[in-house]
Design a protein around this ligand. Structure first.
Ligand SMILES: *Cc1c(COP(=O)(O)O)cnc(C)c1O
Length: 386
């Protein structure tokens, strides 16, 4: 009954732990959850007000499929100011979240037989998007000693004549790894040898720590610009996950193709959400720094605690809001580990097998410091019993 493409998808592993944690909470059990994939802050007031005003004013109809012109222009201005990138608004497509932007980018460029290189551990939607497009995801294992970053050699070794695209997610989920300018430059050089497209998912751009700079891949050279599709959005920087608003910028022919795909599938992203997005870009940016500073405080605490636990190792993340802990030395699979941790000690983490690495579990610090403290006390106790 089903199309083949619908049968090859892997059900989301993160959801099963999540639903178990929710069921336990509903029973009144005090669960410390580190599963969150979204900021725990409210959307800033001025953004909410702008969307409310848009509704009041009747801005509730279809908009141009790729987004309202003033938002696309504001995004072009943002790229110029923040990322030293020159995109015309015709190169920018606003979609229903950065996830949708990634999917559109893959649908527009990847075809059956094409391989897409995905550094692992990876964000779990990338391989499924590639499969939906008929392509083959190829995982490039990264190593803890390289800070979970793909090296030019790793990249080179994974390339075949079928390689069409490589996905770079910096700052990264689930690792928190941030590629430096030099590291990105080296990867761009490898991509350039065979004109491999680069999908650069920069959704965590605003969340970097220790003074580390975020660099946009497309800004590195004219060659990088021509090979790269830059994805960004509002969900993480402005705590707007439920608004479903993201965007991409690409060389003109790719942007045009994505425009056509979007116009025949989803049409425009929500009209008044776009007005909220416009207010986010044009308004006071201090809300971002407030959130970043709070995340940083929690990150330092969490990394410090995890480093102190016997047989657990962590690479201090320099971005996003996750810590990937290596629990390989404790002798359990990540699923078994997460399951026992949740049922016996009431702590929810995401098993790393969901991200392609069974020796790890992911902690999100998008939760209060009190919960982080209590949850890590319990986690430490659990590790001692193993
Ligand atoms: C959260 C996330 C996104 C997408 O967020 P949207 O809510 O769809 O804008 C994209 N990439 C990664 C790696 C993420 O973690």
């Amino acid at each position: 009954m089903l199309a083949e493409r619908a049968t090859i998808l892997t059900p989301s592993l993160t959801l099963s732990i999540d639903s178990k944690a929710k069921a336990m909470k509903a029973e009144g059990i005090d669960v410390c959850s580190f599963g969150a994939g979204e900021p725990d802050f409210d959307t800033p007031e001025h953004i909410k007000l702008a969307a409310q005003a848009a509704i009041e004013q009747g801005f509730t109809k279809y908009t141009p499929s790729s987004g309202i012109p003033e938002l696309r222009e504001a995004i072009a201005a943002k790229f110029k100011a923040d990322n030293q990138l020159d995109y015309k608004s015709s190169q920018i497509i606003v979609s229903n979240g950065a996830k949708h932007s990634c999917y559109n980018a893959i649908l527009a460029t990847v075809q059956p037989g094409d391989e897409v290189l995905i550094p692992s551990p990876y964000w779990l939607s990338y391989p499924e998007m590639v499969r939906l497009a008929g392509g083959d995801p190829v995982f490039v294992q990264t190593r803890e000693e390289n800070g979970w970053k793909m090296t030019p050699d790793d990249f080179q070794d994974a390339m075949t004549p079928r390689t069409k695209m490589v996905i770079i997610n910096s700052p990264g989920n689930p690792t928190g790894a941030v590629y430096s300018r030099e590291e990105l430059q080296a990867l761009v050089e490898v991509a350039g040898t065979e004109d491999i497209l680069i999908l650069s998912d920069e959704i965590y751009e605003k969340l970097t720590y220790d003074g580390v700079e975020h660099v946009s891949t497309a800004s590195l050279s004219p060659e990088a610009y021509n090979l790269t599709i830059t994805v960004n959005g509002f969900s993480k920087a402005y705590s707007m996950t439920g608004w479903r608003l993201g965007y991409l910028a690409a060389p003109e022919p790719i942007a045009k193709a994505i425009d056509a795909i979007q116009s025949h599938s989803t049409s425009n992203p929500c009209s008044f959400a776009q007005k909220g997005g416009l207010a986010a870009l044009k308004g006071d940016q201090s809300c971002i720094e407030d959130m970043r500073a709070e995340f940083d405080m929690r990150r330092q605490y969490m990394v410090g605690r995890l480093k102190g636990i016997d047989r657990v190792s962590v690479v201090a993340p320099q971005g996003a809001f996750y810590v990937l802990a290596n629990i390989g030395m404790l002798g359990l699979s990540s699923n078994n580990f997460a399951d026992r941790l949740l049922s016996k000690h009431h702590v929810a983490v995401v098993p790393g097998v969901a991200f392609g690495n069974d020796a790890t579990v992911r902690f999100s610090y998008a939760t209060s410091l009190d919960i982080i403290k209590k949850g890590l006390d319990r986690f430490e106790e659990f590790c001692r019993t193993l």
